[in-house]
Design a protein around this ligand. Structure first.
Ligand SMILES: *[C@@H]1O[C@H](CO)[C@@H](O)[C@H](O)[C@H]1NC(C)=O
Ligand SMILES: *[C@@H]1O[C@H](CO)[C@@H](O)[C@H](O)[C@H]1NC(C)=O
Ligand SMILES: *[C@@H]1O[C@H](CO)[C@@H](O)[C@H](O)[C@H]1NC(C)=O
Length: 293
């Protein structure tokens, strides 16, 4: 890891220009549609997009670049009214061999009108997933755009909703717990039919009379280390005050953020794999015994 940081340092000076270009990034400049219906598209000045699910297909976008660490923010307005059976996702995913797969997920499980979405989170490290934690949103995620940010650094992954940390996965690699730090990841957002499991465990199916289902994205921003291949590893932005790389959040969460994290987890968390003794037959994953903050 020390090597990575030195590499980053050497790039700082030459990258002031690079960084300011990133800061102006937009959905259109950073992403492309990788699958799905023709109706899904970039809108406005290119900083908005629709993800559409209809009877024919869902759809998805992915970033052109891949990254090794960064802060990735997206404003998302979820499918309104009867969204049962639909899943909208915002996630980072590694390319290459599945047995070493890394992934950091936000998934939004739709519901029938008036019933709450579930904010479903997961993380795969070196091929292993199954680390789900779920939350009920404390707001209506379909009424307006909300800020979903994945903050991925060498020391921890933090999932933020409107700047409130809802989950932390700390790097305990020194204790033998795998951490996503070997593979570059692309940013993805998509919508698809998941009515076999998403809503009340698959009891509520998609009502196609409501199709097309539309999730709206806006204001994608990455402050990230661009992956440059195995030779140069990655390029990070300059350590300006606005830059995640030198921010306090990079090294630790403030007391205020920790208070918010506890508030969400005490009041809005509905599932935690670390408490699912049956799933693991009592042999809980190592990170479940370590402080996550
Ligand atoms: C991103 O990738 C897509 C598909 O490969 C390509 O059409 C598009 O021009 C690329 N965008 C940028 C800004 O490089
Ligand atoms: C979104 O949340 C992240 C993490 O808290 C924050 O850095 C960023 O400024 C927020 N963006 C907007 C547009 O509010
Ligand atoms: C949908 O609503 C039901 C009933 O309130 C609730 O049990 C469930 O957790 C909600 N969310 C999903 C995605 O099933």
């Amino acid at each position: 890891m020390a090597n990575f940081d030195i590499l980053c340092l050497t790039f700082w000076i030459s990258l002031v220009v690079f960084h300011s270009r990133l800061a102006e990034g937009s959905l259109l400049k950073s992403m492309h549609f990788s699958w799905g219906t023709q109706q899904s598209r970039f809108l406005g000045n290119g900083d908005e997009a629709t993800l559409i699910l209809d009877e024919v297909s869902g759809s998805g976008i992915q970033s052109n670049e891949s990254f090794l660490y960064g802060s990735f923010e997206m404003l998302i307005k979820l499918v309104p009214e009867n969204s049962a059976g639909t899943v909208t996702a915002y996630y980072l995913s590694s390319t290459g061999a599945w047995d070493k797969h890394d992934e950091i997920d936000f998934e939004f499980l739709g519901n029938v009108s008036g019933q709450p979405y579930i904010i479903h989170t997961n993380i795969y490290t070196q091929g292993g997933g199954g680390r789900e934690q779920q939350f009920y949103p404390w707001f209506d995620p379909t009424a307006d755009y909300h800020n979903y940010t994945i903050h991925w650094t060498p020391s921890r992954v933090v999932w933020y909703v409107d700047s409130i940390p809802i989950r932390v996965f700390k790097n305990y690699q020194s204790e033998g717990i795998p951490y996503p730090n070997k593979r570059a990841m692309r940013v993805h957002a998509s919508i698809w039919n998941a009515d076999s499991w998403a809503t009340r465990g698959g009891l509520d199916k998609i009502d196609w009379s409501n199709a097309p289902f539309v999730a709206r994205l806006r204001h994608f921003r990455e402050r990230a280390c661009k992956y440059m291949g195995p030779q140069s590893i990655r390029q990070c932005g300059a350590p300006t005050p606005a830059n995640w790389w030198s921010s306090v959040a990079y090294t630790q969460l403030s007391d205020d953020k920790l208070t918010k994290l506890n508030w969400v987890r005490n009041n809005h968390m509905i599932y935690d794999y670390c408490k699912d003794l049956r799933k693991y037959k009592g042999l809980m994953p190592g990170e479940c015994f370590m402080p996550q903050r």
